[in-house]
Design a protein around this ligand. Structure first.
Ligand SMILES: [Fe+2]
Length: 295
């Protein structure tokens, strides 16, 4: 989703630069590739008004470039650079954690260059250019979110020393990938994994199944997540300022010490001091688990 690798045992593929980037080779995309992008873009951008955060929708225009189809990263980076100083660079697939964080800390977002096949519009295991660019780039045009993601990358580089990467990965997951935000008009989605998914754009906001809980950084870092299905719990921020402030003001060393001593929560737990926005029924997760047990 952010092209983070689980293991650091990856070997850098031939043809990649020392920072693991590759040329996007925009000219190599086929007409079918561009048509897939256009279909997904049309479909997803039509369903997001009234669902996605104002900041995300405001950034969506940055993807409307001079040519239709998959954005050319050079042109996209020029525009993003003017807005917030970020760039988009292509990578061949998963990259080691330290490489990923170093890119973020330097305001470079790494994106896959491949696009899903036309028969994979709704489900894809590995993040492709649609997830990475449509999902992530619009918010990078927002100055506060842009600072948050850089702060996250810097914090992660520090966490490598504490062996706390799995904990900090949860913060990324529950904000950058699957975050919700409270607004005067109601809940909105901003996480890239949601805004780029037709099914989860509905599920995250409207389904009775998942929990929706007020964001708390330490709480989030104790909560495991689903990589194979819709989330069982979503965390709701009040504003991107809140997210940036909590990340910048947290003293991570004592936090990691506390986390080491406190057990992980169960994925759908609700604690007495959680700010509960929705107490989910978990009916979706239970049905899916039952199907897995009795196929
Ligand atoms: Fe992602």
């Amino acid at each position: 989703m952010g092209n983070m690798a689980d293991a650091d045992a990856l070997i850098r593929p031939a043809g990649t630069a020392p920072d693991w980037t590759i040329p996007q080779a925009w000219k190599d995309y086929t007409r079918e590739d561009h048509a897939t992008w256009d279909t997904l873009f049309r479909r997803q951008s039509a369903m997001l008004p009234g669902r996605a955060a104002r900041e995300y929708l405001a950034g969506l225009d940055i993807l409307r470039l001079s040519r239709p189809g998959i954005p050319d990263f050079e042109e996209l980076s020029d525009r993003l650079m003017k807005a917030t100083g970020w760039q988009v660079v292509a990578v061949p697939g998963l990259v080691p954690d330290a490489v990923f964080f170093d890119h973020l800390a330097n305001r470079r977002f790494v994106a896959g260059r491949f696009i899903r096949r036309p028969d994979q519009l709704d489900y894809l295991q590995e993040p492709d250019v649609f997830h990475d660019v449509f999902g992530h780039v619009p918010l990078l045009a927002d100055p506060v979110f842009a600072d948050y993601l850089q702060a996250y990358g810097e914090g992660d580089l520090r966490s490598l020393d504490y062996g706390a990467l799995d904990k900090l990965a949860r913060l990324y997951w529950y904000t950058v990938e699957f975050g919700l935000i409270q607004t005067a008009e109601g809940l909105r989605i901003y996480g890239a994994g949601i805004v780029s998914s037709r099914g989860e754009s509905h599920f995250a906001l409207e389904d009775a199944s998942p929990n929706r809980l007020g964001f708390d950084l330490e709480r989030v870092m104790r909560t495991p997540y689903r990589i194979d299905d819709y989330q069982q719990t979503y965390f709701v921020i009040d504003s991107f300022d809140q997210l940036l402030r909590q990340t910048q003001e947290t003293d991570f060393a004592p936090l990691y010490e506390r986390l080491r001593a406190s057990p992980d929560l169960a994925i759908a737990d609700i604690l007495p001091d959680d700010g509960v926005i929705t107490r989910g029924t978990q009916s979706y997760a239970k049905e899916r688990a039952a199907v897995l047990l009795n196929p």
